[in-house]
Write a protein that binds this ligand. Structure first.
Ligand SMILES: *[C@@H]1O[C@H](CO)[C@@H](O)[C@H](O)[C@H]1NC(C)=O
Ligand SMILES: *[C@@H]1O[C@H](CO)[C@@H](O)[C@H](O)[C@H]1NC(C)=O
Length: 246
């Protein structure tokens, strides 16, 4: 009894990190839907030319989520920011059922391996955005059809730290990691980004601590990535996704 108590205390003291989304999340549709819901938290449309549909977000092989954008016609427009946006694609989006709130003194690590396109008119993303109001928003990775990958942290719509990096071999998987934690003042977040194991940049998000965030993975089209987008199917695949506390 005494030994058991010691063991439990010792183990708890050693491992403070908790796994919030395990790497097995994309092993099956039932695991996907245990942790994620389909479309955006607010519905099927956002700021581009794709309307999200659950049939376009599938486990393509054990361990891999694939979002497919398919050119379509006959869809009514999306409305965003008072503007009407023509819908030219059906595509896929998923968002985590749990929210991520950076606590005072703590934070999270979001990581995964991504096969994303940089073709004009394709706009894959892996991002965090505010549950209430806006910002916070952290684009842990987005590809805006330019041949680059972008990492962004918003204080306001016009005050934003942006880092664009050349993105080679879009047909291959690239490892992305983002650490979001209390900067140390119980108020702002420090955001560190890595690609393929190499640290890329550090940003700071104003007043991010204590604000719940959605985690979204989506393949938007056109919009900020240019138009017209491709007429053949575009895919965006993710594997080894994991979210842990730090
Ligand atoms: C956003 O706010 C944080 C905290 O005040 C600051 O460190 C950072 O520089 C700001 N970002 C920009 C782009 O000014
Ligand atoms: C394009 O994607 C859709 C949705 O996944 C699929 O039903 C269709 O068969 C695909 N078309 C081709 C030519 O692969």
């Amino acid at each position: 009894m005494h030994i058991l108590c010691l063991t439990v205390t010792f183990a708890a003291g050693l491992s403070s990190a908790a796994t919030l989304i395990p790497r097995t999340v994309f092993d099956s549709t039932s695991s996907l839907t245990q942790y994620f819901s389909y479309n955006y938290p607010w519905g099927t449309d956002h700021n581009g030319g794709a309307r999200m549909s659950p049939s376009h977000a599938v486990i393509s092989s054990a361990g891999t989520l694939t979002l497919t954008a398919q050119k379509v016609s006959g869809q009514g427009p999306a409305t965003h920011g008072g503007q009407q946006i023509p819908i030219n694609y059906l595509s896929g989006a998923v968002f985590a059922k749990q929210h991520f709130t950076v606590p005072t003194g703590g934070g999270f690590i979001f990581s995964g391996s991504f096969q994303a396109t940089t073709t004009k008119g394709t706009w894959p993303a892996f991002w965090l955005t505010a549950v209430n109001g806006w910002p916070p928003e952290i684009d842990m990775a987005e590809w805006k059809g330019s041949g680059k990958i972008s990492f962004n942290t918003f204080n306001t719509s016009s005050v934003v730290q942006t880092k664009d990096v050349a993105y080679g071999n879009p047909g291959s998987f690239h490892d992305i990691k983002c650490q979001v934690r209390d900067r140390g003042n119980g108020k702002d977040a420090q955001v560190k980004y890595w690609m393929n194991g190499v640290e890329v940049t550090t940003h700071y998000g104003q007043d991010y601590v204590g604000k719940p965030l959605y985690l979204i993975i989506n393949l938007q089209m056109e919009g900020s990535s240019g138009s017209p987008g491709p007429s053949s199917n575009t895919t965006y695949s993710i594997r080894n996704l994991e979210v842990t506390t730090i």
